[in-house]
Write a protein that binds this ligand. Structure first.
Ligand code: DGY
Length: 321
């Protein structure tokens, strides 16, 4: 019997490909852009394993074209791009890459919060576009981060890493989560709150929940209306968690002060999208985990998961129940 085939349809670090080549025949495409659909499906049709980023959706249509598939290893912690139920029904193992991106993603989320509060992208544009005529008493006034109240919605590993950063800014931290995390409540002085209480009291509401049927659209008009008028919404989890029409309305009608968004319901944002011209919205192109070190660690973790599955062993980050 020949080696199993692992299809990698996107650019990953060279050492990931080298590592996988010791256990599989690797069909590797050194591509930044997405492969076109036929090319992708052709690779899938010959693959025993897929090593993919979350931009590749692995749902019913793709699985119907994957007769040999045994493993789907996501290079991401989120896995809403996978139909886990369907994969499990077909006996295909799925994995993700928690832990290695926690701190990097927390850095970005906190940076996004500061950027929105202190209007950093707007100020940068102001200087570079030649509008800066001198120091002005009311120029680019923002909102204090230091000492403010932060509400973290969804308190997993990344939420906890954000709370640690907030401590350095002497913020009051509320969190809302299906379970209480008593250790962090004691160590970091957090306060557990219902979503409504958190929305009413926070200066910054930071979303860090996975996208599931339960969290889809969980921040809509009702929730935004509960927030303070000078509060900011920060989303570095998944765009689908927010009802974007409601958010556009809330920002336009100034129910809230602004937003920092690294993720969107539809990515990339299409030309003409209202967020693109809203000064009180900081937009980023889904770069929560985008550092060289972290992306390399994520790809290697996914590859190690793949090697375990191909050897018939249980991988560390198995998602199937
Ligand atoms: C993740 O790991 O889930 C990042 O958002 C990349 O998709």
């Amino acid at each position: 019997m020949g080696k199993p085939v692992v299809f990698i349809p996107s650019r990953v670090p060279e050492e990931t490909v080298q590592y996988l080549s010791t256990v599989a025949d690797v069909d590797y495409r050194d591509e930044e852009e997405m492969l076109d659909e036929e090319d992708f499906l052709e690779g899938v049709s010959r693959a025993d394993g897929l090593l993919i980023y979350s931009r590749n959706k692995i749902k019913h249509d793709v699985l119907e074209r994957a007769p040999k598939l045994k493993a789907v290893c996501n290079i991401a912690v989120g896995y809403d791009n996978l139909d886990l139920e369907d994969l499990t029904r077909r006996g295909i193992a799925a994995t993700n890459t928690p832990d290695v991106l926690t701190e990097t993603t927390a850095d970005l989320a906190f940076g996004l919060l500061i950027a929105a509060a202190r209007r950093i992208p707007e100020a940068d544009h102001y200087v570079k576009s030649g509008q800066w005529s001198g120091w002005l008493p009311s120029l680019m006034l923002g909102k204090d981060v230091y000492g403010a109240t932060l509400g973290i919605v969804g308190y997993g590993r990344i939420g906890s890493a954000i709370a640690r950063r907030a401590r350095g800014f002497e913020m009051k931290v509320l969190y809302c989560n299906p379970e209480r995390i008593l250790g962090d409540e004691q160590q970091l002085g957090l306060e557990y709150a219902s979503l409504d209480v958190l929305l009413r009291r926070s200066d910054f509401v930071l979303l860090q929940v996975p996208l599931t049927p339960r969290t889809w659209g969980m921040i809509g008009e009702r929730e935004l209306a509960l927030m303070k008028k000078d509060a900011f919404l920060i989303n570095s989890s998944r765009g689908g968690v927010v009802n974007e029409d409601a958010l556009i309305k809330a920002l336009t009608e100034q129910w809230i002060a602004g937003a920092g968004l690294d993720v969107f319901a539809q990515e990339p944002l299409l030309a003409g999208h209202p967020f693109l011209t809203m000064k009180n919205v900081v937009t980023l192109p889904h770069i929560g985990s985008a550092t060289r070190e972290t992306r390399a660690a994520m790809a290697m973790k996914a590859a190690v998961n793949m090697a375990f599955i191909l050897r018939g062993e249980r991988p560390a980050n198995l998602l199937n129940p």
